[in-house]
Design a binder for this molecule. Structure first.
Ligand code: GDP
Length: 440
């Protein structure tokens, strides 16, 4: 899900690559792209506009750290804003009362009945509740049977009144029944219509009035895009619900609803449905959703960092040296320093172009290079440029100077020789991975 939005946002961040700092001018195009991506994902126009304005303000107000590239900074700002737009932190449902009464509302086909079953299962397994499901959708005969089937699957009883057309009475009787039978949770599925109509609203409002639910959850199909937002608004005006359930996020949805609903009705999204099966239910976490929308921004920025460090000019220089067999300990050292500059080696390992495979199975930690660096630092300039002069006396001096021992020095020199040989053979000297592998 959210693939469209991901790709578009990623593309817009790439436009900032290579820029030294964020300015009004170089950010303008990126912001335009961000806004377009949001609109394409069915995010309400006003929200997209406010969103980009806030991002712009935050981006321009940032102290520009030289270590952080504008692209990365934008990913972070957009990520935080997205999470904020969706409510910031996750909000639990109210589980007070005995029994706790939860009313489920929404249009027909939104996934109310399925969600009622999912929620019963979730609270039964995660919170050790003893739920009772109530078939309050009295107009669609199949709805009652559907709930019964779901109840059987999860071993939760379903309260029904065959032939009754009075949801208020059913709901009240169900709560009485729950008390008698020791159910500490009652989930009331209600009737939906294909579109908002007055009669339906009156009916749900009457049920609300009659049973004073502890929690009213509004279920909405995320695939309905902008309509989902309008429906949410109408239900909220009438019911003042407590939370939103976004269903069908597994489908080909553009995800805009998740972003808009919170801002329009100012009610938190509490659950998302991600499939037809009863365990396809997730608690909603704004941060995680923002991660998902941005397609793991961390990785995007790591890759960018890696690409910047291994810039083309440097690679060309290195290649020339390799071709002439001039690759020295100084180059070796500067390669190590380049790699270290990029940050955590484990995180970076698989992401450096051409290195991924070679490093995949090697356990690298950030200290891995410490001894190697110390040894090279203890060499004289001549020794670094022309390792052939490294006789026994020199090696002993280097070992002492670097606080290592002669074996380590010998090993490094041997590895260096092998690396040099191998690098000459590797066509165009591009395969840094094998050099790294050899250093271990
Ligand atoms: P209701 O009329 O609101 O009670 O809706 P239903 O619970 O009957 O759901 C309508 C259809 O959507 C059914 O075919 C469900 O299997 C399907 N459905 C419900 N939730 C999800 C979901 O999260 N993902 C997918 N893919 N389908 C869902």
């Amino acid at each position: 899900m959210f693939e469209n939005l991901n790709e578009k946002l990623e593309r817009s961040f790439k436009m900032l690559k290579g820029q030294g700092r964020i300015t009004e001018i170089n950010i303008a195009e990126t912001l335009k792209e961000v806004r377009r991506a949001l609109l394409d994902a069915d995010v309400n126009y006003k929200i997209a506009k406010t969103f980009t304005e806030t991002v712009k303000e935050k981006a321009l107000g940032q102290d520009v750290l030289s270590a952080v590239k504008p692209g990365e900074m934008m990913v972070k700002i957009v990520h935080d804003e997205l999470a904020g737009l969706m409510g910031g932190k996750s909000v639990d449902i109210n589980m007070q009362g005995n029994p706790t009464v939860i009313l489920i509302a929404g249009l027909q086909g939104s996934g109310k009945t399925t969600f009622s079953g999912k929620l019963a299962k979730h609270l039964k397994t995660k919170k050790a509740k003893n739920p009772l499901l109530v078939a309050g959708d009295v107009y669609r005969p199949a709805a009652i049977d559907q709930l019964k089937v779901l109840g059987e699957q999860i071993n939760v009883p379903v309260y029904t009144e065959e032939g009754s057309k009075e949801p208020v009475k059913i709901a009240k009787a169900a709560i009485k029944y729950a008390k008698e039978k020791g159910h500490n949770l009652v989930i009331v599925d209600t009737a939906g219509r294909l579109a908002i109509d007055e009669e339906m609203m009156n009916e749900i409002a009457a049920v609300k009035e009659a049973v004073s639910p502890h929690e009213i959850l509004f279920v909405v199909d995320s695939m309905t895009g902008q309509d989902a937002v309008n429906t949410a608004k109408e239900f909220n005006d009438r019911l003042d619900f407590d939370g939103v359930v976004l269903t069908k996020l597994d489908g080909d949805t553009r995800g805009g609803a998740a972003l808009s609903i919170r801002s329009v009705v100012n009610k938190p999204i509490k659950f998302v449905g991600t499939g037809e099966k009863l365990d396809a239910l997730d608690v909603f976490y704004p941060e995680r959703m923002a991660d998902r929308i941005l397609g793991m921004g961390d990785i995007v920025s790591l890759v960018e960092r890696a690409q910047e460090q291994f810039d083309a000019e440097q690679a060309r220089q290195l290649q020339k040296k390799l071709a002439k067999n001039q690759f020295s300990f100084n180059d070796f050292l500067s390669q190590i320093q380049q790699i270290k500059k990029m940050g955590n080696l484990k995180d970076l390992a698989g992401m450096i172009p051409g290195m991924g495979k070679a490093l995949k199975d090697i356990d690298i930690d950030d200290d891995a290079f410490k001894h190697i660096e110390a040894i090279i630092h203890s060499m004289t300039p001549l020794e670094r440029e022309d390792p052939a002069v490294l006789n026994g006396t020199r090696r002993k001096r280097i070992a002492d100077g670097s606080g290592t021992n002669i074996q380590e020095v010998n090993r490094l020199i041997k590895q260096f020789d092998e690396t040099r040989k191998m690098m000459r053979m590797v066509s165009q000297g591009k395969n840094m991975g094998r050099m790294m592998g050899n250093m271990r």
